[in-house]
Design a binder for this molecule. Structure first.
Ligand SMILES: Cc1cc2nc3c(=O)[nH]c(=O)nc-3n(C[C@H](O)[C@H](O)[C@H](O)COP(=O)(O)O)c2cc1C
Length: 256
């Protein structure tokens, strides 16, 4: 029983997304992030309102959508939404099939929404082949969804390396060791590979850096969805009409 408990605890520690580095976009929420992230357990929502009408009066108004996202993100943190930085990232494989998985939002700046991945993972290969992606955030407690899509631009080698090297050594070891999404024969295979990598890290703590990528999704379209109990959901879509980075945007309402 005790062994089972320790095993579950170990799995939780190893796979907890809360151990991912924090997004760095500077809109005064760093402290809040730290509070949320360093606690052993992710903090429970402080004001968990499943009643969408609580938030219904606030369709986003700022332009560009980057600012509107930050506004809603700040509200998500203030409401105690758990892991608001977890997002579904959709890509397209070489045969044209969509593929999707949850990743952590690392940053947001004029270049777009950032995430970090291994280049030789399926999503890394998909992005190298077709550098387009869609991101979806869903904050159930606020009945809010944000979706955006656009080009996925790989950041400079220096920035990718910095992101990798800022991570704790153990996380770099497991990233470097991982043959992500390949079939794992057994636990011993993983242990052996980890031991090999720990040995390699003793000589060079940057092992694996060349296989690390940070992408920024520079959107063409961003939609903010506010659920309404009446089903008359409020939807605002920003469409890029020109410019680079934060650029020029047309804002329109959509039918629910
Ligand atoms: C909450 C959460 C956060 C995650 N964050 C990341 C991440 O930031 N980077 C990453 O490569 N995988 C992350 N993962 C794992 C991915 O969802 C996925 O399983 C893995 O990257 C393999 O994806 P692929 O086979 O499509 O390449 C996360 C999973 C969850 C549930």
């Amino acid at each position: 029983m005790q062994l089972l408990f320790i095993l579950i605890l170990l799995i939780l520690i190893l796979f907890s997304p809360t151990l991912e580095p924090q997004p760095t976009f500077e809109f005064q929420l760093e402290a809040k992030w730290q509070t949320n992230q360093t606690s052993e357990q992710p903090s429970a929502p402080q004001k968990s309102s499943k009643d969408p009408s609580t938030h219904s009066q606030s369709p986003p108004s700022p332009t560009p959508p980057h600012a509107a996202f930050k506004k809603w993100y700040a509200e998500a943190l203030a409401t105690g939404v758990r892991e608001p930085h977890a997002m579904t990232v959709s890509t397209v494989d070489e045969e044209g099939f969509p593929d999707a998985r949850v990743l952590i939002l690392k940053d947001l700046d004029a270049r777009g929404w950032h995430f970090a991945i291994k280049a030789d993972s399926p999503k890394g290969r998909q992005l190298a082949h077709n550098p387009r992606a869609a991101l979806t955030f869903y904050w159930a407690d606020m009945a809010r969804q944000i979706r955006l899509r656009g080009s996925a631009v790989c950041l400079s080698g220096g920035e990718c390396a910095r992101d990798y090297l800022e991570r704790p050594v153990e996380s770099r070891v497991s990233a470097a060791a991982s043959r992500q999404s390949e079939v794992l024969g057994n636990g011993a295979e993983l242990e052996g590979r980890l031991a090999e990598m720990r040995g390699a890290f003793k000589g060079d703590s940057s092992v694996g850096v060349e296989g690390w990528r940070v992408y920024a999704v520079d959107p063409e379209v961003v939609e903010f969805w506010q659920g309404e109990a009446s089903r008359l959901h409020k939807r605002v879509r920003y469409v890029r009409v020109g410019g680079e980075g934060e650029g020029d945007w047309k804002k329109e309402m959509l039918w629910p």
